[in-house]
Write a protein that binds this ligand. Sequence first.
Ligand SMILES: *Cc1c(COP(=O)(O)O)cnc(C)c1O
Length: 404
Amino acid sequence: MLDIQKIRADFPILSRTVNGKPLVYFDNGATSQKPQIVIDAISKYYQEINANIHRGVHTLSQLATDAYEISRGKIQNHINAKFAHEVIFTSGTTHGINLVTNGFASIVKPGDEVLVSALEHHSNIVPWQMLCEKTGATLKVIPMNENGELIMDEYDKLLSDKTKIVTVNHISNALGTVNPVKYMIDKAHEFGAAILIDGAQAVPHLKPDVQALDCDFYVFSGHKMCGPTGVGILYGKEAWLNKLPPYQGGGEMIKEVSFEKTTYADLPHKFEAGTPDIAGGIVLGTAVDYLNSVGFDNIQQQELELLEYATKRLLEIEGLKIYGTAKEKTSVVSFNIEGIHPYDIGTIVDKLGIAVRTGHHCAQPIMTFFDIPGTIRASFSFYNTKEEIDLMIEALKKAQMMLS
Ligand SMILES: *Cc1c(COP(=O)(O)O)cnc(C)c1O
């Protein structure tokens, strides 16, 4: 079992107050808080080894390059990639997806099909629409049911020889649904289609094994897993990354440049044009170490308890409806209270120190499905407690009284 008070002490922000009340941070789905060890690692980089990487022969450049590549190796181990060069540093999930869709523009032809799930974040919808517009391919949507689960029978029917690539999130940011990605990956491969998994919401809760999953691409952001903003990862199978053209041209991604012809660098540098977020890349490794030191079994156990407790207590509130009741769910609860706009509730509970998300959660098609403008979303991390959930329930009851 986790010593939660000890864990909480690792996160300095958790002891601050907001509007005169102790902060209750339940917006972990948008970004997680950072432990002191991560905050310290950022300043340590700038204080001790700041230099540009892969360029200079001088000592600092060497130290910075080593630290950056050590971090890549840590992430390789963490997600069990076969090669370190299959791990591409990006600026985040959005960048990773755009890198892949841009590459597929040279592969996808008119008449081909791209399958997107109904549960996606806008950043895993819009780039695929842009790809289809550019290439004349057709976007097809894998539908979901009332519980917020993707319908696998319908997925099976949509797959065909026309399917070039499938994209789905591992865990939904809006509803918390854990999708059956292993099944979906194997099915896509039966039809010769590639598959991208958006792991942005999964990596804070679990350790993905990209070889066991056998996915072609897996993308995530650092900032939702206790790391800094501005850095993320695109994992791609070596063969796919070799096949895709570079996304951006510039320094670092070339072998030789002349005005007649430029040749590209090998992986991973082919996809890493320009000076990256060096500190971010290094510190992402620190964040991964931190999460592993807490332990993903412990993280999951704590978060599951919070999910069960919050679900039970929320349903005590009259007129409260939870959206997303999938059998496989992570620690996210999306809900509305009858007759009250989610934004009004969010505003009142914020006055009481409670940070929840209100709105469409960058997933408007899901809101359209349920015919609602948005929801209130409480997303829990392993550093949250049942006492904090009690505070949220009190605040919600107060808001309900004031607004109805
Ligand atoms: C947050 C999120 C994204 C976008 O991540 P960025 O860090 O904003 O690029 C994409 N997909 C899902 C499921 C997310 O939760």
